[in-house]
Each structure stands twice: as structure tokens, then as C-alpha cells.
Design a binder for this molecule. Structure first.
Ligand code: SAM
Ligand code: SF4
Length: 463
């Protein structure tokens, strides 16, 4: 049994920090504002803060850190489900083996190509490939073929430029095969870091092995995958425990392999067909608690991206992007073949129900109207700025030099090629404003040059 998560220590820290003082909280917020990250004890203290005034201070600090590091950029992606076949029986998931009402579907490579093209014609450039776990329908060789199909499904200007994957843990040799296809991030959520709950929620199948799952990032790293995406499925156990365990896992990886997760995902359980733990959530968390928690994660690991999916409602997503979220999915479907409007029986194929039903164009419009720059950038990963290299660039804030120009240029590319008239208008106004406000003279010139190339018909421009 590995010792990555010290449950006893986490429980005692939650108890010990209940009698926090205002000055302790202020010290922690100030430390966070210096972007040094926080200790587990600091995080426990913040999680215990219930004074409304102090909660507002935590949220304001998260907003400030987010703006300093990420500016107004929000990276956009869509999930792409390849199969809903699964041999596990996770109590919260619609794909679980014992859900006999689910209509099982594995996309053929032709169907996958078509599904990819439906996404690229909307304007998507980044996808998250998602599969159930199955030795036949989702083994490493199958996933390799799927990734190659998605990368090669470009028709003209429409193309996927970065594929991240959310897959069951693999052996090093299999991770190597996946790495060789040119993926971005390997994403895997521990679901719950609490062993006893983990056991209950995963009664059978390979996923019932807690240790095999929690050590997956080390195997992926050994295979050369250095962009790792961690996460918790909130609602399975106490959210304070889970957040502390998640941050402990990040600290552990930083020590062990020299780099923490590139991203953290924050899914909350949504209703799902024949999934008892999704329909009666064991540890429900209010929206207010959730917002505070996201702000605390932003303070604790300032340089780690936070990913928010369409599980959450439009209204809550609009609030959360101020508190530290740096990537959002848009226009998502959680069933294989779901982007094809001709598909009829979506509800019986999907993994869980969604909270945000806006199209990609509506999401882009809303972000632009609120002053956020939607980014389809894939520059860092394609230029090898990943893992430790990415952190080395990010930490001193140099990323602004690349991210801001790349965000504006990929946003403009979206506006030119895919946007509705109202979105184009809102977006053009925002780009103009951002160019006027550009702090760095060289950055502005570089951006203007890249924008000119776009106007002249070039595509896929990045620095
Ligand atoms: N099957 C693989 C696995 O479990 O690792 C890969 C991806 S699984 C399809 C993607 C994620 O969906 C899971 O890790 C889990 O956190 C999340 N999920 C499952 N059921 C959910 C539900 N009812 N509501 C929200 N998220 C859910
Ligand atoms: Fe299968 Fe993943 Fe769903 Fe569990 S969460 S049933 S492993 S698809």
C-alpha cells in the first residue's frame, strides 16, 4: 500500500485548524498572493474559514492571482467520447457495467472521423478524448488508432491541433504507445482519495485497485508524458478531505518527479442513468462551498490550470471563471456519436447529464461580452514547452509573452472562420481593446504581425 496520501494527517489538520485566527488567514492569503503556493496546513485553514468577510477576501485573492498569471484568457476544448463500453462498475457512472439499460456504442474509425469533423467545423481545435475501460474496446492499441484518426481528420482549415486524453491507468509500455501519437495531457481523476470510500464506489473491475490508479502519473511520466491532469469527483466524500488529498498529491508529484500536475479538474457528480451514487450524492456540496473550494485551489497551486466542464450550469460557470478557472469545455456531449444531430437516443448512451447546453458560439459570445479572451492555442505543447519546461517558463510570468499573442490570434482565427455575426462583432471589439491595452510593446508588435498573416489567409499561427 503506497503512502502518497496520509489520511490520518489530513483528518487531524482539518480538526486542528478549526480555531483559526483572522491574522492567520490574512498571513495565508498574503503568502498566496506572493504566488508561492500553500502548505497543506494553510489549505486546511482556508477550507475551515466560514466568516463571510474572509471568504470574500479569499475569492478576491484568487481573482487577483488568476488575472496576474492567466490574464483574461480562457482555453476552450470539447470532450470526444469514443466508447461507452466499460468493465468497471463505478457506482456514480452511467457507463458502469451493471447498467444494462445503457445503449453501448463504440465508434468505428469512420464514425470517429465524422464526429471529429463535426467538432472542427464548429471551430474546436482542442479535444479531450474519453473512453470507458475495456480490454477489447478501449485497449492501448485501439486508443492509438483513435488518436491518429482524430489528428488526421482535418478537412481544409478545420483540424484538431491538440488531443488530451482521459483514460484508465496503463502500464508504462502502453503509456509509451499513447505518448508516441503526440498527445498533450494525460488526464486521470482519482475520484476519491479516501480509501474506504474508494473501495465502496468501485466494487469490481480493474478500477477497484486504488494504488494502481494513484500511481498512474508516475508510470505516465516514466513513459515520457509530462503534462498530467489530476482531479477529484466531488460529492463522493467530504470535500475538505478531498481537496487536501488532491493538493498533497500535487506536492508529492512535485517532489517525486519534479513537476506537479499541469491541470486540475473539478468535476461534481451529475445525475446518471442507473448510477446510485449519482442519483443520491453521498456528500453533496453547495455552490457556495464549491466556489470557495475553487478559489482555494487557485491560491494553493497558482500555476496549475483549473478545468471546468459543462457539468456545471451556465450561471455558475460565469462566476467560477473569475475565481481561478483557466480552461472550459463548450458545446459538449458525453455520449459516443453525440455531436451528430442525427443521433436519436442520446439520453440512453450518455455518461451523465449536463448543466450547460450552450453551443460553442454562444459560449464564445458570452465570454467575449464579459471581457474574457477565448483561446484555442496549442502553441506550448507543439513547441515542446511542457512539463518542467512549461513550469520554468510559467513561474516567472514569462508565459504572458506567448499566451497573450497566441490567445488573441487563435481567437481571431475562430472569429474569421466560424463565428456568428454577433460573436464576431463582440470578439473584434474585445481584440481591439486588448491591443490598445497591451502592456508589452514587443508583444503587441508580434501580435499585430501574426494578425496580419491571418488576414492574408495564413492559418495556425503561433509563437
Ligand atoms: N473510464 C476512465 C476512468 O474512469 O478513469 C476514463 C474516463 S471517465 C469516462 C471520465 C470521468 O467522468 C471519471 O473519471 C469521473 O470522474 C467522471 N464521472 C463519472 N461519472 C460521473 C457523474 N455521474 N457525474 C460527473 N462526472 C462523472
Ligand atoms: Fe467506467 Fe470510467 Fe465510468 Fe467508471 S467512471 S464506469 S471506469 S467509464
Amino acid at each position: 500500500m503506497n503512502k502518497i496520501i496520509d489520511e490520518g494527517k489530513i483528518f487531524s489538520l482539518i480538526e486542528e485548524t478549526k480555531d483559526y485566527t483572522i491574522s492567520e488567514v490574512h498571513n495565508i492569503i498574503n503568502k498566496a498572493l506572493r504566488k508561492e503556493g500553500l502548505s497543506i496546513k494553510d489549505v486546511a485553514t482556508l477550507l475551515n474559514v466560514d466568516d463571510p468577510g474572509l471568504v470574500v477576501e479569499i475569492k478576491s485573492a484568487a481573482k487577483k492571482i488568476k488575472e496576474d498569471i492567466y490574464g483574461k484568457r480562457i482555453v476552450i476544448f470539447a470532450p470526444l467520447y469514443v466508447t461507452n463500453e466499460c468493465i468497471n462498475d463505478c457506482l456514480y457512472c452511467g457507463f458502469r457495467r451493471s447498467n444494462t439499460e445503457l445503449v453501448r456504442k463504440t465508434l468505428s474509425l469512420d464514425e470517429l472521423k465524422r464526429e471529429t469533423q463535426l467538432l472542427t467545423r464548429m471551430g474546436h481545435k482542442r479535444v479531450l478524448l474519453v473512453c470507458g475501460e475495456h480490454p477489447k474496446y478501449a485497449n492501448a492499441d485501439f486508443v492509438v488508432e483513435a488518436i491518429k484518426t482524430v489528428y488526421s481528420a482535418n478537412d481544409g482549415k478545420n483540424e484538431i491541433r491538440r488531443i488530451n486524453v482521459n483514460l484508465a491507468p496503463l502500464e508504462v509500455e502502453d503509456f509509451k504507445k499513447i505518448k508516441a501519437t503526440g498527445i498533450g495531457t494525460y488526464q486521470e481523476f482519482q475520484e476519491t482519495y479516501h480509501r474506504e470510500t474508494y473501495k465502496k464506489m468501485h466494487p469490481s473491475g480493474p478500477k477497484s485497485d486504488y494504488d494502481y490508479r494513484i500511481t498512474a502519473f508516475e508510470r505516465a511520466f516514466e513513459a515520457g508524458i509530462d503534462d498530467l491532469g489530476a482531479g477529484v469527483l466531488f460529492g463522493l466524500f467530504d470535500h475538505k478531505f478531498e481537496t487536501l488529498a488532491l493538493i498533497s498529491h500535487c506536492h508529492y508529484l512535485e517532489k517525486k518527479i519534479g513537476v506537479g500536475p499541469h491541470t486540475i479538474s473539478i468535476p461534481r457528480i451529475e445525475p446518471a442513468l442507473n448510477a446510485p451514487a449519482a442519483n443520491t450524492v453521498p456528500y453533496p456540496m453547495s455552490d457556495d462551498e464549491f466556489m470557495k473550494l475553487v478559489a482555494i485551489i487557485r491560491l494553493a497551486v497558482p500555476y496549475t490550470g483549473i478545468i471546468l466542464s459543462t457539468r456545471e450550469t451556465t450561471e455558475l460557470r460565469a462566476k467560477l471563471i473569475h475565481l481561478g478557472v483557466s480552461q472550459v469545455s463548450a458545446g459538449s456531449k458525453t455520449d459516443p456519436g453525440g455531436y451528430d444531430a442525427a443521433e436519436k437516443d442520446l439520453a440512453t448512451k450518455q455518461q451523465f447529464a449536463l448543466g450547460d447546453f450552450r453551443t460553442l458560439d454562444q459560449v464564445i459570445y458570452d465570454l467575449s461580452k464579459n471581457g474574457f479572451i477565448p483561446s484555442f492555442c496549442t502553441g506550448c505543447y507543439r513547441l515542446g514547452r511542457t512539463g518542467i519546461d512549461f513550469m520554468a517558463i510559467t513561474k516567472p510570468g514569462l508565459i504572458q509573452q506567448y499566451c497573450q499573442p497566441n490567445a488573441l490570434v487563435t481567437f481571431k482565427e475562430y472569429l474569421m472562420d466560424y463565428a456568428s455575426d454577433r460573436t464576431r462583432k463582440a470578439g473584434e471589439e474585445l481584440i481591439k481593446k486588448e491591443l490598445d491595452d497591451f502592456a508589452d510593446k514587443n508583444g503587441k508588435e508580434q501580435t499585430l504581425e501574426m494578425l496580419k498573416k491571418l488576414e492574408n489567409g495564413e492559418r495556425d499561427i503561433f509563437c
